[in-house]
Design a protein around this ligand. Structure first.
Ligand code: SF4
Length: 63
């Protein structure tokens, strides 16, 4: 699974890293979400889909 964050859309709400902390983390300087898991790890994390659906600005892009 290939996932990226659209930094223009991310509002640094922290929801994705709360829901799926193994896949997402807030960037230290501005809270913008970053993907911290490998493509393979993302495949086995069931919380990724929930985070994608929960993002208020649809900033998590599954490619
Ligand atoms: S849930 Fe969406 S808007 Fe909130 S931090 Fe994550 S990517 Fe950004």
């Amino acid at each position: 699974m290939k996932v990226r964050i659209d930094e223009e859309l991310c509002i640094s709400c922290g929801l994705c890293s709360d829901i799926c902390p193994d896949a997402f983390a807030p960037r230290e300087e501005d809270g913008i979400a970053v993907v911290i898991a490998t493509e393979k790890e993302l495949d086995s994390l069931s919380c990724v889909d929930e985070a994608v659906e929960s993002c208020p600005t649809e900033a998590i892009i599954v490619e």
